[in-house]
Design a protein around this ligand. Structure first.
Ligand code: NAP
Length: 478
């Protein structure tokens, strides 16, 4: 099959599409009355159903305290055939016994082989409570003999290293690591997955993917909106917990990791963890935290809040590949731009052939993985402009998913739910990564040491962030 758009030709070769099969299973969603279920989980299940990706034998069972009927919950996902609801308190042992009976019955009706995924779409304080309920009811060995049980949890994985490890102890008391699916939905995004294929399914990039050819890397996740309706949650969390500990460090790991032996989940996750272990502790001069002016007046935010809404970091990785190559991470709210990307800037040419031009007059090549908006990949390079004069200009080769494939890439949750049904943990966070990333960012939670600098809404962020990268003779790209 091939498709062409604006000169880009994609040829998908037969035999190069890898399709795994999902086992029959039931999906039990705790907190099914909530926002995540309505906005992400049910639409994703509907997409999977419409694309023939749901297992033939499948049911979804919502569980929460709110009063709701089967008919009411079905109205949230009318295209799905088998959606049910069970009311109960999260700390009530009788509710889990009832859940077990209901699951046994649904398992028979839908022939799901005793397999069950438990999605904990509830505030994280409830994770240990629900695990205990499920564990005591014997549901974590599967809904019926011979079945498997998997548990999906959402970030935040703790508020700091100690609470993250407490959560891990609770998880470890009831589950093996191969049953735990910790979601970082950034890893489900197409461009993010493509980083690995781009790096390791092509031979031309890997030889230059190192300190000899790369000058620096910028990882940016910039938002133009503020905290909106999430102010209460956000003020307790802030940018370090909300973005740095998870999404930003994951993007960094995918860019910096060594080639895994295979795409097997633990091979990929071993290499990511190796990156985390090689990161130097963050020195104070490599950190700028900020807070947008007006944040303290948002409804639900403390008037004296020191919660940062912006972070710019210089991260140094001590290993053979990356020694001396800075990774600049930048993320924040209420900024002048909405964009997320990883930009790899190569070194400048060592010598200019044209006496009138110095090497530093030539733009360096930049490879950009665009995560949002308009997911895609671009590569810029210098070229001669047509005409009798010798004029150089920077050209950009640009690949945009929407233009080439004619549709937006699938939502992250569609991919992640499917992976869990297939037992593939590659895109989920492993316990050691939770620990290592908390170890890295935890010092930034000390608001006495890191006082956030104010910045104007709609601006690029605090001036100190420009100084952080400017000190190294570089500028932010976006
Ligand atoms: N929404 C998102 O886009 C998003 C994105 C990333 C991560 N997450 C994470 O995913 C999980 C679920 O998110 P959500 O947005 O669906 O959460 P939510 O709407 O606040 O809560 C989900 C459900 O949890 C139950 N619940 C139990 N105790 C609660 C309490 N003290 N406060 C509020 N609800 C309580 C409620 O159901 P009952 O009252 O009926 O029991 C509620 O409907 C959370 O861990 C969140 O951090 C969400």
């Amino acid at each position: 099959m091939s498709s062409t758009s604006r000169g880009v030709r994609i040829r998908v070769r037969e035999g190069l599409c890898i399709e795994a099969k999902s086992d029959p299973c039931g999906l039990v969603i705790f907190g099914a009355s909530g926002d995540l279920t309505r906005r992400k989980l049910f639409p994703s299940l509907t997409y999977l159903k419409e694309h023939g990706l749901l297992p033939g034998s499948f049911y979804a069972l919502g569980a929460a305290r709110s009063a709701m009927t089967d008919a009411e919950i079905r109205s949230l996902a009318p295209e799905l055939d088998a959606v049910y609801y069970l009311r109960g308190d999260y700390d009530d042992a009788a509710a889990y016994r009832e859940l077990k009976e209901r699951m046994r019955a649904l398992d028979k009706t839908h022939q799901t082989g005793g397999n069950a995924i438990f999605y904990l779409a509830v505030p994280p304080e409830l994770y240990p409570v629900i695990l205990r309920g499920l564990g005591d009811a014997g549901l974590l060995d599967g809904a019926a003999p011979g079945g498997w049980a998997r548990v999906i949890i959402e970030k935040p994985f703790g508020r700091d290293l100690a609470s993250a490890m407490e959560l891990e102890t609770a998880l470890g008391a009831y589950l093996r690591e191969d049953q735990i699916y910790r979601i970082d939905h950034y890893l489900g995004k197409e461009t993010v997955q493509n980083i690995l294929l781009f790096r390791f399914a092509n031979s031309i990039f890997e030889p230059i993917w190192n300190r000899s050819y790369i000058d620096h890397v910028q990882i940016s996740v910039l938002e133009s909106i503020g905290v909106e309706k999430r102010a209460g949650y956000y003020d307790q969390s802030g940018v370090v917990r909300d973005m740095c500990q998870n999404h930003m460090t994951q993007l960094l790991a995918l860019t910096a990791m060594e080639a895994p032996t295979s795409f097997a989940a633990d091979h990929v996750r071993d290499e990511k963890s190796q990156v985390f272990r090689s990161i130097n502790p963050l020195a104070a001069e490599n950190v700028v935290l900020g807070q947008y002016a007006g944040y303290r007046s948002e409804a639900g935010v403390s008037p004296n809040s020191r919660t940062p809404t912006y972070a710019a970091l210089r991260v140094d990785i001590s290993n053979w590949r990356w020694e001396g190559v800075p990774f600049y991470l930048r993320t924040g709210k209420k900024l002048g731009k909405r964009a997320a990307e990883i930009a790899v800037t190569f070194k400048r040419v060592p010598h200019s052939l044209i006496p009138q031009l110095r090497p530093e007059d030539l733009e360096p090549n930049v490879l950009v993985f665009r995560i949002q908006p308009d997911e895609g990949i671009s590569l810029s390079f210098e070229a001669k402009k047509p005409g009798p004069k010798l004029c150089l200009g920077a050209l950009t080769m640009d690949f945009d998913y929407d233009e080439v494939f004619g549709e937006d890439p699938p939502e992250a949750y569609q991919r992640l739910l499917l992976d869990c049904m297939q037992g593939d943990q590659t895109l989920f966070i492993r316990r050691d990564a939770v620990k290592e990333t908390w170890r890295l960012v935890e010092p930034l939670l000390d608001s006495k040491k890191f006082e956030p600098a104010f910045y104007d809404p709609g601006s690029p962020g605090p001036a100190a962030a420009d100084a952080l990268i400017g000190r190294d003779g570089r500028k932010w790209r976006l």
